[in-house]
Design a protein around this ligand. Structure first.
Ligand SMILES: Nc1nc2c(ncn2[C@@H]2O[C@H](COP(=O)(O)OP(=O)(O)O)[C@@H](O)[C@H]2O)c(=O)[nH]1
Ligand SMILES: [Mg+2]
Length: 309
């Protein structure tokens, strides 16, 4: 069993070395451990510090591409390096490397293919109020979309089996946390959750400069993910919405038309009804097209899965 630990890092010279040195040298059930740092265009000594601390491979981007791209590259590189299990942990010492053996246990015992380290954000006092509520709302939305009892959808401390990593194809370029869960739920990949420690960050977040920016990007990612897997439902609902609105506004017009054959007394309503009904019909046609596109995506995903495997 080969375990690869991926560490996305952006300007983390102060902590990346300590994270790497904290990784256990031996783990029960694992024959080989490799450490892969994704150095995302850091302007400081992140790469040197990581190398010195014993990272086996450092994947460097020339410029800052963002965490989602780095995470995706980390998963794909790990698969290419022959990983059986992949663990992602942040470079900022907020998670405890000593907990890696617990995190991978459900995968070793074949109880799950993905394991989430639940930060138990209700029990900690150092998370800023805005982040706390942002996290709770985002997790609530993910629970609704996936139908799974996820406790912490934004955690960065996660483990993946080789098969799960090969099945997940990320396309978002800002956050990977929700997209992985939505895909996993759609593909019925079993997910386990274990409580983990979550410490205060020594300096400021590299990720969240404003909670509104995060909400905007996360919103777009969410909408895209749902639209990707349930386009028929999304566009049919929009179409039905237009048609119902059209019928409500047009009730009098239609009744009058059937009685007299005229719409002239209600010309503005007639116009609005026509527009709404056309939009509804178009949305429904679009639902059919999008559904065909989804079928194509599923076929492409199957090819990608086999290639990655
Ligand atoms: N590769 C890469 N990693 C990033 C980027 N931004 C943040 N990270 C890393 O992702 C992890 C989580 O970021 P962090 O700033 O701690 O986010 P927070 O814990 O949600 O506030 C850390 O290891 C960061 O170094 C980025 O643009 N690229
Ligand atoms: Mg952090």
């Amino acid at each position: 069993m080969k375990l690869i630990i991926t560490i996305p890092a952006y300007n983390e010279e102060k902590s990346v070395g300590a994270v790497i040195r904290g990784i256990p040298e031996k783990i029960e059930g694992i024959d080989e451990i490799s450490i892969l740092v994704i150095n995302d265009g850091s302007l400081d000594r992140t790469a040197e510090e990581a190398k010195q601390a014993g990272a086996d491979r450092i994947l460097s981007h020339t410029t800052n591409m963002g965490l989602a791209v780095s995470f995706r590259d980390g998963l794909n590189e790990s698969l290419a390096m022959g990983a059986d299990i992949i663990v992602n942990i942040d470079a900022d010492l907020q998670y405890n490397c000593r907990e890696i053996p617990h995190l991978i246990k459900p995968i070793l015992e074949r109880r799950a293919e993905i394991v989430l380290g639940d930060r138990q954000i209700d029990k900690i006092s150092h998370m800023p109020r805005g982040n706390l509520w942002g996290n709770k709302i985002a997790t609530g939305i993910i629970r609704m979309i996936t139908g799974l009892p996820i406790r912490d959808a934004q955690t960065g401390f996660r483990a993946f089996s080789r098969d799960a990593a090969a099945r997940i194809h990320l396309t978002g370029d800002y956050t990977y946390t929700q997209e992985t869960l939505i895909q996993a739920a759609n593909k019925k990949i079993p997910i386990a959750q274990i409580p983990v420690e979550f410490h205060r960050r020594g300096d400021s977040s590299r990720l969240i400069s404003s909670i509104f920016q995060y909400a905007r990007y996360a919103g777009i990612t969410l909408f895209r993910s749902v639209g990707t897997y349930h386009p028929f439902m999304v566009f049919m609902s929009i179409g039905l919405g237009f048609i119902v609105a059209g019928l409500v506004f047009g009730f009098r017009v239609i009744a009058h038309f059937f009685n007299t054959g005229l719409v002239t007394p209600y010309l503005p309503s007639a116009l609005l009804t026509t527009v709404l009904l056309i939009l509804g019909g178009l949305s429904m046609l679009f639902a059919l097209l999008a559904d065909m596109n989804r079928t194509q995506r599923m076929l492409s995903e199957e090819i990608l899965y086999r290639l990655k495997k």
